[in-house]
Design a protein around this ligand. Structure first.
Ligand SMILES: [Zn+2]
Length: 211
């Protein structure tokens, strides 16, 4: 069983206020006499479902092309948290029993919140984000990858991006803007493949879960 947990890219795809929207422009069109259809795409690297690279929040951080595929493919856990505001260490401790074992078995964690119910073309900044201590706790327990259905692991208004930096300190890769609607909690194989953009601060990705 495969679950496609990727948001769709259209000119209406919601992006952070002020960020570059998606535009898909026909350059060659068969109905205009061209031999094939070709489009040009302009968009923020953070539009839709994407993997953040350390370069996003650190000038000398690794680009998206340097993130190991080994982290992006493998056992993952989907977990629903009905949290508004900050996801705290307590929220995680209540949800994950025997955390060090559970995270060793599935070192990739995808958090499903109410954001999965927000349509792809609606911006809603009232999303759940991570208390940086929760990010540190996950990293200390051996997490390798965190996925969220929200547009960011930090609040929409954050400039300091403390949760991004906390995950970076532990080498935890971040996926944002997943759509986990209809995906039952449990263990899966994650396949997340961001575009190989040289030095990119993020890579739009097709993300799939296999049961
Ligand atoms: Zn991002």
């Amino acid at each position: 069983m495969l679950y496609d947990v990727t948001r769709i890219l259209t000119p209406r795809t919601a992006v952070f206020p002020g960020d570059t929207p998606v535009s898909i422009t026909p350059m060659l069109q068969m109905h205009s006499g061209n031999s094939c259809n070709v489009t040009a795409i302009t968009m923020s690297a953070h539009a839709g479902t994407h993997v953040d690279a350390p370069r996003h929040y650190s000038d000398d951080g690794a680009g998206i092309d340097a993130i190991s595929l080994d982290v992006l493919i493998g056992p993952a856990r989907v977990m629903t948290l009905d949290v508004a505001g900050a996801i705290t260490v307590t929220d995680l401790q209540n949800a994950i029993r025997d955390a060090s074992h559970a995270i060793r078995d599935a070192p990739r964690l995808l958090i499903r919140t109410r954001a999965s119910d927000v349509p792809d073309d609606v911006w809603d900044d009232a999303f759940a984000y991570f208390d940086p201590r929760a990010a540190d706790w996950l990293g200390a327990n051996g997490l390798r990858l965190i996925g969220t259905d929200a547009p960011s692991v930090d609040p929409a208004t954050s400039q300091a991006l403390p949760a991004h930096h906390a995950f970076l300190r532990h080498g935890v890769v971040i996926i944002e803007n997943l759509r986990l609607q209809g995906v039952p909690d449990g263990e899966y194989e994650l396949l997340a493949l961001p575009l190989k953009i040289a030095g990119g601060d993020a890579g739009p990705a097709r993300v799939v879960l296999r049961r």
